[in-house]
Design a protein around this ligand. Structure first.
Ligand SMILES: *Cc1c(COP(=O)(O)O)cnc(C)c1O
Length: 394
């Protein structure tokens, strides 16, 4: 793969006609080492955030040994890449055929569920296996998170007792898991969910071997600067230690976004300017789904050899396809004199950005280039972290 020192150097040297995906392996390595060293339990990478084989191998080399997979395609992908990895099938509604293949062909032993029907399905598909780790998914609130995961999955408090008792009979190891929603902005999301875990354990009177706090760990985006991750880890650790089962159980988490958001960004070209609207060559059907559909503001930077001296101004983007839906409201802050022909780097697209691309209408990034400069924002670099925590204090 071609390697460049920086996004700016690359844009100036190549003047790419198509959008270019940039990857920063060092940023993903740093995030993985941070979780491996500082999270007070096991960190399991949620593959859906970015299933790039290069990234998955990189995380493995950085110490991530467990992978949260949600489909049989993800099971096959990770099993093929990393034969020694441990796979956890954490989608609570699986096809029976997928469970069967995962168990019998790929050695998957950990499954999540949120109904008795799913438990029976797992029993049938595995031939009443006795070596399963079964994680009962609780429904918890998403009120502290930017993206809700509260309505679709998770057993209701009224159903949890029966489900835990039934799963306890089948499971070799019994777990309780939840997901507070993606981009949780405060650690209270986890401490409140842990209270649900406590209530479920007490109500069912079962021993629990795994407490899995799921994903939701935030990254930093304009207008969404979270407290440092250590604060989240600390709150989770204390909540876990205060559970009646902590002496005999393991603590797990399933970060997706936090491990890979800083891994990728995108260089786009401005094809036209109309007032405050910039027509760029990637969009809603490319890596900018979240910018279009949930108004996510990604950090942006104008890539010019001679920096602009005009003041920043808020712009919206139109993507390249032929429909009005391909629109990103922003505002994206760029120098006021940005014009057609300029290149812009859009940062923090490693999670749920590059993973969501389609080839609709024939547009999108085809080339991936490695760069060695720093991502625009980082939760793992001291200077940036100072800035982030100052913002929180204000
Ligand atoms: C999506 C997902 C994750 C990862 O969530 P992030 O918010 O990206 O950390 C973890 N666990 C499950 C079950 C998920 O569905």
């Amino acid at each position: 793969m071609v390697k460049h020192h920086s996004a700016l150097g690359l844009a100036s040297a190549l003047k790419p006609v198509q959008p270019v995906t940039l990857i920063r392996p060092h940023a993903a390595q740093r995030a993985a080492r941070f979780f491996v060293e500082k999270f007070p339990g096991r960190s399991i990478y949620a593959v859906k955030a970015n299933p790039s084989p290069d990234l998955i191998s990189l995380l493995w080399e950085s110490g991530i040994t467990h992978y949260d997979v949600a489909s049989i395609a993800e099971v096959r992908l990770v099993a093929g890449l990393l034969p020694d990895a441990t796979l956890c099938f954490m989608h609570p509604v699986k096809a029976e055929e997928a469970i069967r293949e995962a168990y019998h062909m790929h050695g998957v032993r950990t499954f999540s569920l949120d109904t008795l029907e799913e438990l029976e399905k797992i029993e049938r598909a595995t031939g009443n296996a006795t070596d399963l780790t079964l994680c009962v998914r609780l429904r918890v609130s998403s009120e502290h998170s930017k993206l809700s995961l509260a309505s679709k999955f998770g057993a209701d408090p009224s159903e949890v007792k029966e489900l835990l008792i039934a799963a306890r009979q089948t499971a070799d190891a019994l777990g309780i898991c939840f997901h507070v929603g993606s981009q949780a902005m405060t650690p209270a999301a986890y401490s409140e969910a842990m209270e649900r875990v406590r209530a479920a354990i007490v109500a069912a009177g079962v021993t629990v071997d795994v407490v899995d706090v799921g994903g939701g760990f935030p990254s930093s985006y304009p207008g969404m600067e979270p407290p440092p991750l250590e604060v989240f880890f600390d709150v989770i650790h204390r909540a876990f230690e205060s559970l009646p089962v902590s002496y005999s159980s393991e603590l797990w988490c399933e970060p997706g976004r936090a491990l890979c958001a800083e891994y990728s960004s995108l260089i786009v070209r401005v094809e036209k300017r109309r007032g405050d609207e910039l027509y760029i060559n990637d969009g809603a059907y490319g890596a900018l789904f979240d910018a279009a559909h949930i108004g996510w503001r990604f950090p942006v930077e104008l890539l010019r050899e001679d920096p602009s001296h005009t003041r920043d101004h808020g712009f919206s983007f139109y993507g390249p396809t032929c429909d009005d839906l391909d629109h990103m409201a922003g505002p994206f802050m760029l120098p006021a004199d940005v014009e057609a022909g300029d290149y812009i780097e859009i940062g923090m697209l490693g999670a749920y950005g590059c993973a969501m691309r389609t080839g609709f209408n024939g547009f999108g990034s085809v080339e991936t280039i490695e760069v060695t400069d720093e991502p625009m924002v980082s939760l793992y670099v001291e200077d940036d972290r100072q800035v982030a925590s100052n913002v929180v204090k204000l």
